[in-house]
Design a protein around this ligand. Sequence first.
Ligand code: UDP
Ligand code: MG
Length: 360
Amino acid sequence: MNYVGHPHLLAPETLLREAPTSPAEGRETIARSTPSLAEAAGDDEPRLLSLVVPFFNEEEMIGAFFSAVTPVLEAIDGVRFEIVCVNDGSRDDTLRMLMGMSNEDSRIRVIDLTRNFGKEAALSAGLDEARGAIVIPFDADLQDPPRIIPLLVEKWREGYDVVVAKRVNRLTDSFLKRESAAIFYRIHNAMCETKIPENVGDFRLITREVVDALKRLPETRRFMKGLFAWVGYRTAVVDYVREPRVAGRSKFSGWKLWNFALEGFTSFSTLPLRVWTYVGSFVALGAILYASFLIVRTLIQGVAVPGYASLISAVLLLGGVQLIGIGVLGEYIGRIYYESKNRPVYLIRSRYQSADTSDA
Ligand code: UDP
Ligand code: MG
């Protein structure tokens, strides 16, 4: 097996409310203070696990997906499950195939969005629709091996609220994607107060309490990795190796990833805005020093030969710096503009679920 069961706590000082000494004890403290859905169901009743899966043009994946995932979920003891499939405006046969699956199995629910809203929105829709006491966002392309799911559940039983699955290596990603991801994490975490754990995607287990906390965050532009990190909670880590896509193509181009990274920076830091105060002061100070030098030199040596080169370079440099500054302002103002509209994150066209006939 190529995963390592290697749990450790992430930043425990920010996660604990009453500083319990062991995870199990922590769970009790929290459960007592805030009874969850899971608790309301009673201890003998199996807990409901919601697997939340966004689908965008994944017709080639659907057969393989359900035959890989369903047996794994069925094998987990003491847990019932539902698979919340969010169809994110697929233009291929995805919706029809999902409805077919859902017809045969009442545990498969389909949420059909009105158009393609993007993965972050689709995931938000799935989290809102999920009814489980524990929720696991999961990609349709089987890049995250389903066999890790029971390991996440096991950790949850030890008393964690969040169990993140961390890619120990990214050899299945291209060199460029790997390097740019590493640079992204470095810059993001240096810049933003909300640190996102490196090489952790959306694949993770979260409890009902965490889902409800996420729902309370009002922003409409949702950088889920950041939001997951922002809410905190007691977090465990399970390492795994990410597989190549089973079929179909990645939906994220270089340009989309770049914008995704900008979304991350601007959602969680105002440093790019504030830095211009310092750049400006620095440049202005340099200009004053240089001007004083010129004045003194003119006094001593008389009028010097006019310097076209120094003049034009100063103009170009300052012009460039100003344009960058304005561009950064634009990034933020654009986001304020979107947030101020207060539009919903997604729209649902319809929901499908077949009646449960298993008890009859
Ligand atoms: N996805 C989506 N809407 C989009 C793009 C992607 O719902 O606009 C889904 C896609 O179907 C898949 C998951 O998000 O289940 C991850 O996408 P992908 O595998 O293309 O991303 P990558 O693994 O390359 O980062
Ligand atoms: Mg993928």
